[in-house]
Design a protein around this ligand. Structure first.
Ligand SMILES: [Zn+2]
Length: 121
């Protein structure tokens, strides 16, 4: 971890992107495993002890995947803002996003005030 006071929050985006892509890939692999496990059994779910477990795991993974894809989307947008020189400014009000917030959530597109307002909409 670089010291917080010298770190450019934009520097955190690339590792964050790679990390999120890795997580996506492993969720993808787990989903493929379940697809296989479901596929090669009989269609008789009620007598298959793995049936309900697999279904629960499946929906959990699908939820996780949706979350990761949302994150990826946000990170890609943040990288675009780095490229266009608007990174660190709120997309809603144009004010600078506080360094502490950017450090905690490098991909954020909104200042804390707008983020709260948008959440409560
Ligand atoms: Zn704002």
């Amino acid at each position: 971890m670089p010291p917080a006071n010298s770190a450019d929050p934009a520097d955190a985006l690339q590792p964050l992107l790679e990390d999120t892509l890795l997580q996506c890939a492993s969720v993808e692999r787990l989903l493929a495993d379940i697809r296989l496990a479901k596929g090669d059994g009989t269609a008789d779910d009620e007598h298959d002890p793995d049936g309900p477990t697999l279904s629960a795991e499946w929906s959990q993974l699908v939820g996780m995947q949706a979350h990761l894809l949302r994150d990826l989307h946000g990170i890609n947008h943040a990288l675009e803002r780095v490229a266009s020189g608007t990174f660190g400014r709120c997309l809603n009000c144009g004010m600078p996003i506080s360094p502490g917030r950017l450090e905690a959530r490098p991909a954020t597109a909104h200042c804390i005030g707008c983020a709260r307002a948008l959440e409560n909409r």
